[in-house]
Each structure stands twice: as structure tokens, then as C-alpha cells.
Design a protein around this ligand. Structure first.
Ligand code: BGC
Length: 753
């Protein structure tokens, strides 16, 4: 149905509803459905969790909605998919998810989760894309476009500043506006503008003291008035505090059902006049519009499980990050060579997704051990030793001995290590960033028996590697790869696929280096975002801290050369546009994909800012010897900061450095570009200083006219004195003896402007 028709139909229905019906439509029917209005033929909608697979609950009687779900393809969770740096791939995954929703009669898939990875300890980092808003926003936009192209809605979550699980239902995230705008809201803004998700899910927490579910500035002024969001805002499950305040702030639908409690509060507020019928209607219209949008969905008999599994495998292979590959130990030749020892329980019992509301019942699961066995059958001997039990902290001497014996007999040892399932989950944060001691002790013993060690990791968020990496020739970061992850790992280890994943989060050298340390998870109901803009690589690069593996890093089995960097200013001034182009050549022997990253380092004279920020990227697939011209266009936001006093994006004039590279620490080409920039001075106001008046044409003229010629004025306007007194508000000077103008005159001047 066209958007105009949707709106007209919703309005017509609204007119037929009683007040009670309207208020009740703003509450869910149960855990996973909206309310129907049978007499008007308004159906109930089914919403279901995801986001990396469909989690449609099989039994609706479950009071907390965490029971088994229907079988669905488990695609790589966001932690992995983000490392593909491939929004087109995210779109294809979205399309497949949309089809699974159609086949299960689900109208809205509750994702994607795009909160920033502020601390490596956040228990839900596996559900989030990145520590960088541009990358998260680009991946999520592709995903949303994919799902919605199938006539199924999405829910962009959790809006906003939900960056930890500790106290998530009531903690107040204390974040300054510039940091909010540039970091924590930026990905949401990007997705809303690019993809118009049908719904946005407000988070549980408070932001600067106000619950997200009651935050008028967030839900109405920023989301709708500034960004142009046209859909519906739904509460996270249980995020409603005062229902009437929520409706007034822009929270349309409460989920799950409050059993009528929310409806009563709304009706009471209407009676008392603290909520208007207009405010109510606005929210009801959005529910009705959502129902109509969803009605246009074409049903699907069944989805193609085989094709979706193949896509899950392709996506997983594109997401694997090769962190290290000394002496090119990888790929292994599947056709010849000595025995291969596969060590570690994760090879047999893969961890392929995280725990909590996103947990999917997969259609099938492939483990790396089985896939390797099949691929090597008849050519290379394979030995297996589990080495440890998944949840065990202490080394089991017998299991360790078996593993060491297998390693000693083999030409190479593939050691599968990772975080036990209980280490990370929705609902609580991680306690530390280490792998279990038992696994590290095992690794040390295996490496002593055989120097040809390849470690394969399974983890939902960065783990420390600096203390043990020297025991391995190669390290493969396998994150949580979804149901086909085992096959994808096999593809990369044996060279069927050249690794092309790039880190979407920094792996720090030490836990103590991480930006949120000391400010995470907060206490007494408050978490202060004291590191401000310096999240992830913005912190490590600005502080010039050593890292184990930088943001954007990932090796390949081939090599790439960067050349011919060209920069063209398309528009200058307050809203510059700059075109950057370069040539990338596959200079190695194999096909592979490179992720070209463009960082901008701003002059930052008037305000502080990070050393550099990712402002563009492109993934290019190249055959050996082939080259491609990559062109990236930078818009205003690539150069701007949020100007708090002007309440707008502002570009500072000066020289910007454009850095093109293969990670934030592997910059291959640089070019400077000088931009005129726009107005940076704050508008003159009652607190404006002498320096600000002198920098403003009208202010300067007025000041010289009033002040010049007077004894105090002439003295103050001497250049040395101006420097010293520059920070004095003019109002204060007005009160000095001999000032020659008074506060009233100053007010008159300001009022007339
Ligand atoms: C989670 C959401 C989820 C919802 C419904 C909440 O606890 O934070 O991400 O969509 O439950 O299961």
C-alpha cells in the first residue's frame, strides 16, 4: 500500500475509534502481539525477536518470553557481520531474514541493535556492530533495507545510550550533548535517514536523568523533528515507567502487554487534562499505520533453508578476521602434508551465537571438526582432542595430556579457544577480558609440543590476546559466526576463501587501557561517559596507546597496493563536499577482498576532537593483478563537529588530513585539504566575552562606539590588555568604573540583534 493510502486509511479508522479503544491500542495484546480491533477489521500484528535470525516463540504461554522458538537460520550475529564491512552483504542477510519472517507470519523483526561498544565488557556487545558509528550505521542501514524490502518491518534498538547491561533498567547515562550527537546517536541518525525503519525501540535506561521512554527531546525533537523519522516508537520490553509521560514524549506503543494498566493511566491523564486527545491520536495513528504497512506483506509458503544456510556460510566466511599469520602458515593445503591435530572443545561444540532474547533455534549447525574431517578425508590425517570442558576454569590433566600427545604427532595444531557461554549474555556484563586460565595453560603446553600452532577464537566481544599470542603462528578471530560458522572456518583455514574480515572493534593490549575504565559501569544509578568522544580507536589513537590489533585490521592471503590518491573539493564553506579517489591493486597471487578505510584528521583549533575518525570505506573484491579505482565522497558531517552553543553541525576552517589505509594504524596514503569552513562563533548573548564581541562585526562596532574614547575603554582595547581581559564577559566590564556604558544599554543592543 502506498504511504499516502496508509495514512488516509489510518485516519479514517482513527475517526471510528472510541477513546477507550484508542488508549487500549497503545498497549500490546500479550508478549508478541499488538491489539486487534475486530469490529473495524484491524488485525493484531506479530512482532518477534532477532536480529541475526528469527526468534518466533513457539509457546505463547511463557510469562517472560524466553522459551523455545521456531527453527530459523542463525546468521552471524552483528559482532561478526560487522567485520565484513559489507553493507550489501548485510542487505542480503536482511532480505533472507525478511523472507523467514514472511513464512512465519511475522510483521516486525525486533532489530538491529546498533548501540556503540563503549566498553569491551558490555555483555551484549555480540549483538552490536561496532565502536564506530559510521560502520555500525552503514551495516545496519543495509540490514534494515534488506528486511523491509520484503514488506517486513524492523525495530532499530536500543534508543539510546544503552551501552551496558549492569542496571540497564534504571541507570542514568550521563553524556554531554556533543558526545551524544557525534557518537551515541550518530548511527541511529544514519539508519533513520537512509532506511526509515518502521519502528524504533526506546531503551530501558535513563539519559541524563530522564527515562528514554519519557524523553521528549530524544523521541520527538531529535528523532522526528530533526531526522524525519516517520514510524512508530515501541518500548523495550518493560521499559515503560510513567505511561502518560511516555505518550506525551513520543513513545507510541507499550510492549509487552501491561494487562490494561497502561490504558488506565492514559485514560486517567486524559480525564485530568494532563494528556490531550491530540497527543493520544498521534500515537494511535502510528499504530494504525504500522498495521496497514504490514498488511501489504506478501505471505510466503516456506523459505529456502538450503539457500539461507549457504548465505549464512558466505556471510560467516566474510566476517572472519585473520589477526596474525606468521610465515604464512595459513592456508593449510587440504591435499597434502602431515597430520593435523584439532584441539579444543569449541571445534566440536561450536559457540555460534550469544544468549538472551536474540537466541535462535537454528535449522542446522555445522561444527569445524566435522567440516575439516570431510574436507581432509583421504588426504591428510586428522587427530582430535577436546583439551578442556567449555565451562571449566581449571586444567584437566588428562584432557591436556591427550591434546599435547595429538599436537606432538601432528604437523600443525589447530587450537580452538574461546569464551564459555556463561561469560557473556544479555542481562549482565563480562567480568574481565581474558580467556579462561585452563585454555591458556593448555595452549602453552600444546605450543611447547608443536610450534606450528593456529588458534581459532570464538567470542562475542574482544578478548585479550597480547599475553599468549606469541604461542601461535596464526590467530583466526572467529567471533560468533552463526549456524554455518564451522564450515566458514574450514573454508578459511584450508584456503577455499581468502579472509577479508576487518576488526570493527579494537583489541587493546591491556584491559587497563580501555577508554571506559573507571567510568563503567558506574555506581549509585549513574554511569558517567567521562571519556566523551574518545571511544574505541578514537581513544587509543588520540592517546597514542599501543594496541594488540587496531580497529580495521585484518590480514588476507593476498596483498594489496594503494596508489594515486586524488582529492577534489566539490563544495567549500559551511557545507563542504570532498571527493577522494585512489587505486587499489591486488598485488598478490590469489583473489581476495580489501577494505579501504578513509580517516579524517581535523585541525581542531577551536574544539578538541579525536586524532582521526573513520569517514568512509569501501570493500573491493579483486583478482590477482586486477586494480580498481575507489571513489569516496565526503559530505559535511565528515568534517563537522556538534557546535553546542550554535546547536548545529559546524565545520572549522583549516587544513584537514585525509588518511587512507588498511586499519587505523596502517595508513598507506595521506593528503591535506584546506577548507574554508563555516561560522564558528557562538551568537552574542548576555555572557559573551570581550574576545567574542571583538570577533563579531556588529559586536565590535558597538563596543568601539561605546567603549572607545573612554579612559577604561582605550586601556582595555590595547592589544595586550585585550588578550588578558579577553575572557571577561562584557557585562562585567560594564560595571567597572569609567565603563561608559551600562548593563541596560548592553541588553538593548543584544535585544535589537
Ligand atoms: C531486549 C530487547 C528485545 C526484547 C524482547 C528486551 O529485554 O532488550 O532487545 O527485543 O526484550 O524480547
Amino acid at each position: 500500500m502506498a504511504e499516502v493510502q496508509v495514512e488516509a486509511r489510518a485516519r479514517a479508522r482513527l475517526a471510528q475509534l472510541t477513546l477507550e479503544e484508542k488508549a487500549s491500542l497503545l498497549d500490546g495484546r500479550d508478549f508478541w502481539h499488538t491489539k486487534p480491533v475486530e469490529r473495524l477489521g484491524v488485525p493484531a500484528l506479530t512482532v518477534s525477536d532477532g536480529p541475526h535470525g528469527l526468534r518466533k516463540q513457539a509457546n505463547l504461554g511463557d510469562p517472560i518470553g524466553l522459551n523455545a522458538s521456531v527453527q530459523a537460520t542463525c546468521f552471524p550475529p552483528a559482532v561478526a557481520l560487522a567485520c565484513s564491512w559489507d553493507p550489501q552483504l548485510a542487505r542480503r542477510v536482511g532480505e533472507a531474514l525478511g523472507d523467514e519472517c514472511r513464512a512465519a507470519d511475522v510483521a516486525v523483526l525486533l532489530g538491529p541493535g546498533i548501540n556503540m561498544k563503549r566498553s569491551p565488557l558490555c555483555g551484549r556487545n555480540f549483538e552490536y556492530f561496532s565502536e564506530d558509528p559510521l560502520l555500525a550505521g552503514a551495516m545496519a542501514s543495509g540490514w534494515v533495507q534488506g528486511v523491509q524490502s520484503r514488506g517486513v518491518g524492523t525495530s532499530l534498538k536500543h534508543f539510546a545510550a544503552n551501552n551496558q547491561e549492569a542496571e540497564r533498567l534504571r541507570v542514568s547515562a550521563e553524556v554531554d550533548e556533543r558526545t551524544l550527537r557525534e557518537i551515541y546517536l550518530a548511527a541511529f541518525e544514519q539508519v533513520v535517514r537512509a532506511a526509515q525503519p518502521w519502528t524504533v525501540m526506546c531503551s530501558y535506561n535513563r539519559i541524563n536523568g530522564v527515562y528514554a521512554s519519557e524523553h521528549h527531546w530524544l523521541l520527538t525533537e531529535v528523532l522526528r523533528q530533526e531526522w524525519g523519522f516517520e514510524g512508530l516508537v515501541v518500548s523495550d520490553w518493560g521499559a515503560v515507567n510513567r505511561r502518560d509521560h511516555g505518550v506525551a514524549a513520543g513513545l507510541d506503543l507499550e510492549m509487552p502487554s501491561s494487562g490494561g494498566a497502561g490504558t488506565q493511566v492514559i485514560l486517567e491523564a486524559l480525564r485530568e487534562g494532563t494528556l490531550s486527545e491530540q497527543q493520544l491520536d498521534r500515537a494511535v495513528l502510528r499504530v494504525l499505520e504500522l498495521v496497514d504497512r504490514a498488511a501489504a506483506r506478501e505471505p510466503l509458503e516456506e523459505f529456502d533453508q538450503g539457500a539461507h544456510h549457504a548465505l549464512a556460510r558466505e556471510a560467516a566466511a566474510a566476517s572472519i578476521v585473520l589477526l596474525k599469520n606468521d610465515q604464512r602458515i595459513l592456508p593449510l593445503d587440504p591435499a597434502q602434508g602431515g597430520a593435523i591435530a584439532v584441539i579444543g572443545e569449541f571445534a566440536r561444540s561450536p559457540r555460534f551465537q550469544g544468549a538472551g532474547s536474540s537466541q535462535v533455534s537454528p535449522t542446522r549447525v555445522e561444527n569445524a571438526l566435522h567440516c575439516l574431517r570431510e574436507a581432509l578425508a583421504g588426504s591428510r590425517e586428522l587427530l582430535f582432542a577436546p583439551g578442556f570442558e567449555l565451562e571449566s576454569e581449571a586444567l584437566d590433566p588428562q584432557l591436556a595430556e591427550q591434546a599435547v600427545a595429538a599436537a606432538a604427532q601432528a604437523q600443525v595444531a589447530l587450537v580452538f579457544l574461546g569464551l564459555p557461554p556463561t561469560y557473556e549474555s544479555e542481562g549482565y556484563d563480562r567480568e574481565h577480558m581474558r580467556l579462561p586460565d585452563a585454555q591458556l595453560q593448555l595452549l602453552e603446553r600444546v605450543a611447547a609440543a608443536n610450534p606450528n600452532v593456529v588458534v581459532v577464537l570464538s567470542n562475542g566481544s574482544a578478548v585479550l590476546v597480547a599475553d599468549w599470542e606469541h604461542h601461535a603462528r596464526a590467530v583466526v578471530e572467529g567471533w560468533l559466526l552463526g549456524q554455518a560458522g564451522g564450515a566458514a572456518i574450514c573454508d578459511v583455514l584450508l584456503g577455499a576463501v581468502s579472509p577479508s574480515g576487518r576488526l570493527a572493534e579494537t583489541i587493546p593490549q591491556r584491559f587497563e587501557h580501555n577508554p571506559a575504565l573507571g567510568n563503567f559501569p558506574g555506581s549509585d544509578g549513574v554511569v558517567r561517559y567521562g571519556e566523551g568522544l574518545l571511544i574505541g580507536y578514537r581513544w587509543y589513537d588520540t592517546r597514542a596507546l599501543p594496541v594488540a590489533h587496531p580497529f580495521g585490521h585484518g590480514l588476507s592471503y593476498t596483498s594489496f597496493e594503494y596508489s594515486d590518491l586524488q582529492v577534489r573539493v566539490l563544495d567549500d564553506g559551511a557545507e563542504p563536499r570532498v571527493e577522494v579517489s585512489l587505486r587499489v591493486t591486488n598485488s598478490g597471487q590469489r583473489s581476495g577482498a580489501e577494505v579501504v578505510q578513509l580517516y579524517v584528521s581535523a585541525p581542531r583549533v577551536s574544539v578538541f576532537g579525536p586524532e582521526q575518525e573513520l569517514r568512509g570505506f569501501a570493500r573491493v573484491q579483486l583478482d590477482p593483478g586486477a586494480a580498481e579505482l575507489v571513489t569516496l565522497t565526503l559530505e559535511q558531517r565528515a568534517f563537522a563537529h556538534w557546535h553546542v552553543a550554535r546547536a548545529q553541525w559546524a565545520v572549522e576552517g583549516g587544513e584537514y588530513e585525509l588518511r587512507v589505509g588498511a586499519s587505523s594504524r596502517d595508513i598507506r596514503l595521506r593528503a591535506g585539504v584546506t577548507l574554508r569552513g563555516g561560522q564558528l562563533a557562538a551568537p552574542l548573548g548576555p555572557d559573551s566575552t570581550l574576545a567574542e564581541f571583538l570577533a563579531d562585526d556588529a559586536g565590535r562596532e558597538w563596543l568601539l562606539e561605546k567603549f572607545g574614547g573612554s579612559a577604561l575603554g582605550d586601556r582595555v582595547l590595547e592589544s595586550e590588555m585585550t588578550r588578558m581581559l579577553g575572557s571577561f564577559p562584557v557585562r562585567r566590564l560594564a560595571r567597572f568604573p569609567g565603563a561608559a556604558f551600562g548593563e541596560a544599554e548592553l541588553d538593548g543592543f543584544l535585544a535589537a540583534r
